[in-house]
Design a protein. Structure first.
Length: 409
């Protein structure tokens, strides 16, 4: 009776569709009423969307608006994958949320080949989340003076940022000048958080400091001026990095290539050169790899990362060499934006997926879990990339998709 009464009030305009949580005082009831309203109005069945363990009381004001339920994506695991990193050490099972048949099998076979060859070595070379406010000045003279002033005042910026966060730290200021406009690309260490919200709030505080203390003409016209660059492919992220700049590598034994991957090392090397390097260059690609996005997206969905950041997180380079009869392979991801606290990582299933890899929550010391997770992600990308190149070299790609990606009825 209570549900029917609330539905009638919503239909009569006595309740607001977007303010049900406030008006009903119960986010779970609000999601139910909103979903039932849509079912009745549109004559559809949304019961599957309503079948979830999520408690919307925990998500309201943090993760979702206008909630009606949750979408379920199948999760498979690939592994064990042996990783020897600075933070990730041991064998790991990788959770992959995907609806693409053959993807989990692909990463799984690559993980087997890498592990049998001694494992993947992984290292995070740089760690810094960027936000780049854009400032107007009246002239190039003022722009140059302002950029130099910003370089000299990093300590003041750092102190202002510290007022907004206990976990973040301003590492450097990178000024860029175009005409009379200046971007201050602010790079922060963000601990175990991916940190986008953290650096946005800190950058806003820095902008207020700039406008109140700079002795010339400069005004912030955009808190984010697209020089960051967030959720778009950009050369600046490939060169300077954003998030974690991470590399994973392995020397895959010739016998393993033949017995597990069913091809020859030199054929994988040739396919990488012709496909990933020449093919990508001829196409004008900004990224030189076979399918990083497949693995990155599947791990992001499983672990509650910002799915839109797959765009820049999947940029990167695959490199191969012959080492005698064996195959050297590396993957470089210059803009892997991941965290183990905050955002979607706090959802119950996503937190379990991170726990599967021993990377849930805050690390000891702070930041260690996010770095560990980055090394695992890069190593999983290595496994998936190796297997796809091998499948192409062996002529097995279409066969694999027929076997795993197309049901037989």
């Amino acid at each position: 009776m209570e549900l029917e009464e609330k539905l009638q009030m919503l239909e009569a305009g006595e309740l607001s569709f977007s303010r049900l949580e406030e008006q009903l005082g119960n986010p779970n009831l609000a999601a139910l009423v909103r979903r039932k309203y849509l079912e009745r109005k549109l004559n559809v069945n949304l019961s599957a969307l309503g079948s979830t363990i999520i408690d919307f009381k925990e998500l309201y004001g943090r993760n979702i608006e206008n909630a009606i339920g949750a979408v379920q994506i199948p999760v498979g695991v690939a592994g064990p994958l042996r990783v020897e990193g600075d933070y990730a050490k041991g064998e790991f099972y990788i959770p992959l949320a995907t609806t693409e048949g053959a993807l989990v099998a692909s990463v799984n076979r690559g993980a087997k080949a890498v592990t049998l060859s001694g494992g993947a070595r992984a290292k995070v070379l740089r760690d810094g989340m960027a936000r780049a406010p854009l400032f107007w000045t009246p002239s190039i003279e003022e722009a140059a003076r302002f950029a130099e002033w910003a370089r000299r005042n990093v300590e003041a910026f750092r102190a202002a940022a510290k007022e907004t966060t206990r976990h973040g730290e301003l590492l450097e200021v990178q000024p860029f000048v175009v005409g009379n406009l200046v971007w201050l690309r602010l790079v922060f260490r963000t601990g175990d958080a991916m940190g986008m919200n953290m650096v946005t709030i800190a950058s806003d505080r820095i902008c207020k400091l700039v406008e109140s203390s700079y002795d010339g003409e400069a005004s912030c016209i955009a808190l984010s001026g697209n020089m960051c660059t967030d959720k778009k492919p950009a050369a600046i992220n490939r060169l300077l990095g954003r998030g974690k700049y991470v590399v994973a590598e392995a020397v895959v034994k010739a016998q393993v290539v033949r017995e597990v991957l069913r091809t020859e090392p030199h054929l994988i090397h040739y396919v990488n050169s012709a496909k990933n390097l020449l093919g990508s260059a001829a196409a004008g690609s900004v990224s030189f790899n076979a399918h990083y996005a497949n693995i990155v997206a599947a791990i992001f969905l499983a672990t509650g990362q910002d799915a839109a950041q797959v765009v820049e997180s999947s940029m990167g380079y695959t490199w191969t060499e012959m080492r005698g009869e064996d195959l050297y392979i590396s993957v470089t991801l210059p803009s892997l934006e991941v965290g183990t606290v905050g955002g979607g990582t706090r959802l119950p299933t996503q937190r379990e997926a991170l726990s599967l890899m021993g990377a849930a929550g805050s690390g000891d010391p702070p930041g260690a879990n996010a770095l560990k997770f980055a090394e695992i992600v890069a190593s999983a990308v290595l496994a998936g990339e190796l297997n796809l190149l091998a499948a192409i070299a062996a002529g097995h790609l279409a066969r694999a998709h027929e076997r795993f990606g197309r049901a037989k009825h």
